[in-house]
Design a protein around this ligand. Structure first.
Ligand code: FAD
Length: 599
């Protein structure tokens, strides 16, 4: 991509365009390849470009968004305090077509690519996170199931109303007893003699719960241990209800409620994606929706950078602007690196989805984890630069910090997603080891569901090394990026060796080695995010972009920081304090309190 930039209001932002179709390996995952030491160059270089159609549409959409949302800071602050979004405002979002962003034109939507969709959410998030949530929960997860898995009849019936915003959608998976362990839901659907279903249960913390007309609901259809099925349920049906607006820490204006189902009759034709296929439907929706969350995080970071650079330039202490002090400059540089790296990764992911790459779940998890962690780092640093002002509600920093906190909790916690990244990668590394393949395939195919299911695998010996040599990047990169290139080549090989090591050492029990899985995941995150950043900087340079030199500097800085983190993570696979940490956690957990009060 030549020019993703923090464009002024109304100019055309960039969105990914397909690389040469013959080059992209749609059957391969760039992130998972790293675990076998391979840098999948076809999927990483050059950096994807904006699609012509997206460029055309985005210009006017972004302009309309800015026109509608700019100058509303006081409203957003008020609605944050009052914890609601007025209906007239939601009507304004409808009028702009923001509920139909990814719905095909034939059903009345704008048919934006994932890249363009992420860019729209970036823009709304530069103004207010709750606005992004209302639109994003509708498109990314609420009605995405109908787009991805719906029958023609379901699409014809629901998509036009969802595109116009007459129907707003919500995604109903979480229950009081079932959060990360999504496979343990208790909401039930029993089949009736006429083929319809009777739905009973309660979902909690449902975004758009109080304003939606359509819910994608997940329920157990075969007793307590049976399969899960997804249903399209209308809010107006008898037995469907929602609770009051939750009083939240952040994204307070966005609707979050309990949604209840009491003997709700669901017609047979409202099963989504096939009976018993609900888990696949849920994971498909969440994976494909991650560009929205990542795009939103990037938008928040852009606002934080804008706010705190102005603050740093204006605020004088000790006779000089605080922007002149090293410890302030260091924070601003780091925020710039974080934003560029997150954006480069989110847009690469969008490119994979838009280009039909078959398996992008690992890249989706990486982009979600990195972007959500990055905005929280940026929020803390921007607030610190603002000093006491940052702590005051009069200024926007504290709200952005509160709003962004949720990003590492919902749509899969960052802990669960790190485990997923580690396990998905090890599955491929295991395949390279050959002997592990058939034994673990069935379990690793569904890592989230598979936790704790592997204890029977004792004594299985892994005898074959991967034998993968150091994979070199053949693309011509600017010479200033040679060191960065070397870092990723070296550490891809190291990740492969480390994966081999943990698979051999722990076999199936690796699934319970959470400290190690996190380390491997963090190495993979640094590698994949770093490669996206490297690719984008190289492409900007090749295209003679005005800020190419700074982009190269960012890619280079990221690689050096990543190198230090990766080295530490890999070293700590063998030299660590895990056992002592575990024992101390056990002590504190048992005691249930801190043990050393002074008095
Ligand atoms: C504002 C908001 C909006 C939401 N919107 C929706 C929505 O629209 N639809 C919907 O269905 N849900 C929604 N959710 C629910 C959200 O997806 C869940 O909160 C999330 O999946 C985590 O579940 P939990 O809160 O029950 O945490 P838990 O699963 O209880 O986890 C608690 C902690 O334990 C950790 N943990 C859990 N299991 C493991 C493990 N095996 N290994 C290591 N660590 C582990 C977690 O990472 C976390 O840190 C929303 C939540 C909030 C707060």
């Amino acid at each position: 991509m030549s020019e993703i930039k923090d464009v002024p209001t109304g100019t055309v932002p960039a969105a990914p365009e397909a690389n040469a179709p013959d080059r992209l390996r749609r059957d391969q995952s760039a992130a998972k390849s790293l675990f076998v030491g391979s840098i999948l160059e076809e999927n990483l270089f050059p950096y994807p470009k904006i699609r012509a159609r997206d460029r055309e549409i985005l210009g006017s959409v972004v302009e309309a968004i800015d026109g509608f949302l700019a100058e509303r800071d006081a409203d957003f602050k008020k609605w944050d305090r009052e914890a609601h979004q007025p209906e007239e405002f939601i009507q304004g979002l409808r009028d702009m077509g923001l509920f139909g962003l990814i719905i095909p034109e034939e059903h009345g939507g704008l048919e934006l690519s994932n890249g363009a969709y992420a860019r729209v959410l970036t823009q709304t998030s530069t103004h207010d996170a709750s606005v992004s949530l209302t639109i994003g929960a509708h498109s990314s997860i609420g009605m995405k199931g109908i787009l991805l898995f719906g029958t023609d009849a379901q699409k014809a019936k629901y998509l036009p109303k969802l595109a116009s915003g007459e129907y707003i959608a919500a995604f109903c998976l979480t229950e009081s007893g079932s959060g990360s362990d999504a496979a343990s839901i208790r909401t039930s659907a029993k089949r009736n003699a006429d083929g319809s279903w009777t739905l009973n249960g309660e979902k909690i913390w449902i975004t758009n719960g109080g304003i939606a007309q359509v819910y994608t609901v997940f329920a157990r259809t075969e007793g307590t241990d049976g399969k899960i099925t997804a249903f399209v349920v209308e809010a107006g049906w008898s037995g469907v209800s929602h609770g009051s607006h939750e009083d939240k820490m952040g994204i307070r204006a966005s609707s979050t409620t309990v949604v209840g189902f009491a003997d709700v009759r669901v017609p047979a034709e409202n099963v989504l994606g096939g009976e018993g296929k609900g888990f696949k439907v849920a994971m498909g929706i969440l994976n494909s929706g991650r560009t929205g969350l990542g795009g939103g995080a990037v938008g928040g970071m852009k606002t934080l950078i804008r706010l705190c650079t102005a603050q740093a330039n204006e605020r004088k202490q000790f006779g000089a602007p605080i922007a002149s002090y090293g410890l302030v400059r260091e924070k601003i540089a780091q925020m710039t690196i974080d934003c560029f790296a997150a954006e480069s990764t989110v847009w690469m992911l969008a490119h994979y989805i838009d280009s039909g790459v078959e398996d992008y779940a690992t890249e989706a998890a990486i982009s979600k984890v990195f972007a959500s962690d990055a905005i929280q780092r940026c929020g803390q640093e921007a607030l610190q630069i603002a000093g006491g002002n940052g702590f005051m509600r009069e200024y926007p920093y504290e709200q952005i910090v509160r709003d962004s906190r949720i990003l590492s909790i919902f749509e899969g916690t960052n802990e669960i997603l790190r485990l997923f990244v580690g396990l998905s990668g090890l599955k491929d590394a295991g395949k390279a080891l050959g002997e592990l393949k058939s034994a673990v395939d069935d379990i690793f195919n569904n890592p989230i569901k598979g936790f704790g299911m592997l204890s029977g695998y004792a004594g299985h010996k892994l005898t074959q090394a991967t034998g993968v040599g150091r994979d070199r990047i053949a693309s011509r990169l600017p010479k200033d990026l040679a060191d960065a290139q070397g870092v990723y080549e070296k550490y891809a090989l190291e990740l492969s060796a480390a994966s081999d090591f943990v698979l051999r050492k722990y076999g199936k029990a690796v699934v319970d080695r959470q400290y190690d899985l996190k380390r491997l995941a963090d190495v993979a995150i640094d590698l994949f995010v770093g490669l996206c950043t490297l690719s984008r900087a190289a492409t900007l340079s090749a295209e003679g972009h005005a800020q190419a030199a700074q982009a190269i500097s960012i890619a280079s800085l990221f690689s050096q920081q990543a190198k230090r983190r990766m080295a530490a993570n890999l070293r700590r696979l063998t030299r660590n304090e895990d056992a002592a940490m575990d024992a101390l956690a056990g002590f504190t957990l048992e005691r249930g309190a801190y043990a050393w009060d002074v008095l």
